[in-house]
Ligand binder design. Structure first.
Ligand SMILES: [Zn+2]
Ligand SMILES: [Zn+2]
Length: 252
């Protein structure tokens, strides 16, 4: 499984883009960044987008992708996959013909650019040759993480979460974990209030795993605190932990 990091920040600044991970060039895990980094020909390859939750930093690229497809007349179709709560939020608050056109009816209701596909919680679903399980996590809005399996590779992605439990039951199956750490340790209260993690909260979360995945990729850091978080992650002294950068690429 090839993972290209289009964005891995918990904010937006020059060189720091919101989260999006392109799997094997056609499968997008969250969609905070698309058109600002992918040329058109690569945008057309995206067939499926898995959304962890409805926050803007995770969906921001989708309205522009839909518009690009229509304007370029490439007859592409993108499936947005998530839970009912997340899909309802996106359709009600973004594709509502006020903030952006309703691309689930454009160019026509029988052949729209965007199709909403609901995924049940904690039930393995086969999508494009991948086995995908959505697992609820603990954020300020309804949110899920994902276990994505293909052949011997399995990627576990937390999305945004504070301290949580269910997702760690899947950690022993994962060849790699993408986990959020938004704030440094001194902002523990802010992290708990907003449903995020710090390095020391991460350490506690990892203690819930039966087996720690061999590769841990930390994402969603606030760029304002990146250096501090990096120092604190080094102190955890787990050799398999790496802080993701935009444009990183991993094969697992
Ligand atoms: Zn969020
Ligand atoms: Zn976020």
């Amino acid at each position: 499984m090839n993972i290209k990091v289009l964005g891995s920040s918990g904010a937006e600044f020059p060189n720091y883009r919101p989260p999006a991970y392109l799997i094997d060039n056609f499968f997008l895990l969250d969609a905070g960044t698309i058109g600002s980094v992918l040329p058109d020909i690569d945008q057309w390859k995206i067939k499926t987008i898995l959304l962890s939750h409805s926050h803007l930093d995770h969906i921001k690229g989708i309205p522009f992708l839909a518009d690009n497809i229509i304007i370029s007349n490439v007859n592409n179709k993108v499936r947005l996959i998530s839970t009912c709560d997340v899909l309802n939020a996106v359709s009600k608050h973004i594709f509502n013909n006020v903030i952006w056109p309703d691309f689930s009816k454009i160019p026509s209701t029988c052949n729209p650019v965007i199709e909403y596909v609901e995924i049940p919680s904690e039930t393995e679903m086969e999508i494009d040759g991948y086995s995908i399980t959505a697992i609820p996590v603990n954020h300020s809005v309804p949110a899920i993480g994902y276990l994505i399996k293909k052949g011997p590779s399995a990627l576990l992605y937390t999305g945004d979460t504070g301290p949580t439990d269910k997702i760690w039951r899947y950690a022993d199956k994962a060849s790699a974990l993408i986990v959020e750490v938004s704030f440094p340790n001194q902002m523990n209260d802010m992290a708990l209030l907003t449903g995020h993690l710090t390095p020391s909260l991460l350490l506690n979360e990892l203690s819930k795993c039966k087996a720690i995945p061999p590769l841990i990729l930390v994402t969603h850091t606030k760029p304002q605190f990146r250096e501090e978080i990096m120092r604190e992650l080094r102190n955890i002294s787990l050799p398999e932990i790496k802080l993701l950068c935009d444009e990183d690429e991993y094969i697992i």
